[in-house]
Design a protein. Structure first.
Length: 393
């Protein structure tokens, strides 16, 4: 579903975001392509394009001539037109990356800090962010996005147990992030941030409807539908790790028994391999993972299930191989263009790229607006203009 522009005069900032978003998601595009996509007149599009090109967000280049006449110039995002910082906090420490508009990681930082507490985390973030930003001293810094394990604000599951950040309950994360960085700040559950990264820059680019499995310390996933993650009423959709896999099985910190991530997750792999050996863990986990894949397919009918997260590629490949062949589900059809299960193209970087993209989307995209922003910026202003005034290209 493409967003449409408005021909009302007050809609100019909105239209600028619509046009930039079209180029960001679908570029390179000609002015005529854009006008068709967003439903604005060619003249309005031409005006906006001139403006955002001057601001340094986009570049135009002439395509090689195919027939007679001058070819139209195609507009693409200027990779260095803006930067954002993505941060991932896990039970094992934190990672951060400076990312450009094209989704290229320019610089990265990592701190191994098991069971990291909020004070330590924000102290570290306060030094990491300026150090990363210093790699592009003249760059336009759009914001910072932080991803962390969820779910958020669920009494029984949040911040309880080894797959979560214990001791983070009640911490105003977004506000603390804005305070220590001074930048527009965004927050998302790590599995959703990773799905967003994969959708923009990775395996998800080839699909409109895909399910992203986040194989991390815990296990989660997100259905990406029509270009956006399905987040549910409270933003917690996708905690598949707490689906019951073994009725009456291992107690889970959530209070239930036999939850999937007690058997299928990095945390489970380490804990169970110590008892069963690695082969034994694969034998135990594979049938449970197979059932989970079938459930996902039957629920969402995705074009494919992309498996990614923090787990090493060889580990998930081996697990998927052991879970194959998959039994029947709505996905078992002869005319499939894509395999039922594919692997992340970004691996462990998906979450950092997704967290950074959250900040880019938050500032530039008409979809996100400033809904999730917390920071020093007044909400009534036009964020594209403002990013431009703060850091002229
Ligand atoms: Zn559970």
């Amino acid at each position: 579903m493409a967003l449409r522009g408005t021909n009302q005069e007050f809609g100019r900032p909105y239209n600028r975001r619509i046009v930039l978003e079209a180029i960001r998601l679908h570029g390179p595009l000609t002015r005529a392509d854009i006008a068709r996509r967003v439903g604005l007149t060619p003249q309005t599009v031409a005006n906006i394009v001139r403006e955002i090109e001057l601001q340094g967000f986009i570049l135009s280049r002439r395509e090689a001539p195919k027939g007679r006449g001058l070819p139209a110039s195609a507009l693409a995002l200027n990779p260095d037109g803006g930067f954002a910082i993505g941060i991932h906090v896990t039970p094992r420490g934190l990672e951060a990356a400076l990312v450009n508009l094209a989704g290229i990681i320019v610089a990265r930082a990592r701190r191994d800090l098991p069971r990291i507490d909020p004070d330590t985390a924000f102290r570290e973030i306060g030094t990491i962010v300026p150090a990363l930003a210093a790699h592009r001293p003249n760059g336009r810094m759009l914001g910072v996005g932080l991803a962390m394990p969820g779910p958020f604000d669920v009494e029984s599951i949040s911040f309880v147990g080894p797959t979560t950040l214990e001791g983070w309950k009640g911490v105003p994360v977004r506000q603390a992030l804005a305070t220590v960085t001074g930048l527009p700040s965004f927050l998302e559950v790590d599995l959703a941030a990773a799905a967003h990264g994969e959708q923009l820059y990775g395996a998800g680019r080839a699909f409109r409807e895909f399910y992203y499995v986040y194989f991390g310390v815990g296990l989660g996933g997100t259905m990406v539908h029509d270009g956006a993650g399905l987040r549910g009423a409270w933003g917690n959709a996708g905690e598949i790790g707490h689906m019951t896999a073994v009725p009456g099985g291992d107690p889970c910190p959530c209070g239930n028994r036999g939850c999937l991530e007690r058997y299928v997750s990095l945390e489970a792999c380490e804990r169970r391999s110590a008892v069963l050996g690695e082969d034994g863990w694969h034998a135990e986990a594979a049938p449970l993972f197979r059932t989970a894949l079938l459930t996902i397919e039957n629920l969402f009918d995705p074009e494919t299930v992309v498996v990614g997260g923090l787990a090493p590629r060889r580990l998930v490949e081996r697990l998927v191989a052991a879970a194959s062949p998959l039994a029947n589900s709505v996905a078992a059809r002869r005319d499939r263009p894509a395999p039922r299960v594919t692997f992340s193209a970004l691996g462990q970087d998906a979450v950092l790229l997704g967290a950074a993209a959250l900040a880019v989307s938050g500032v530039l995209s008409p979809r996100f607006g400033m809904l999730f922003a917390e920071g020093p910026r007044p909400a009534s202003r036009d964020p594209i203009l403002e990013a431009t005034e703060a850091h002229p290209a």
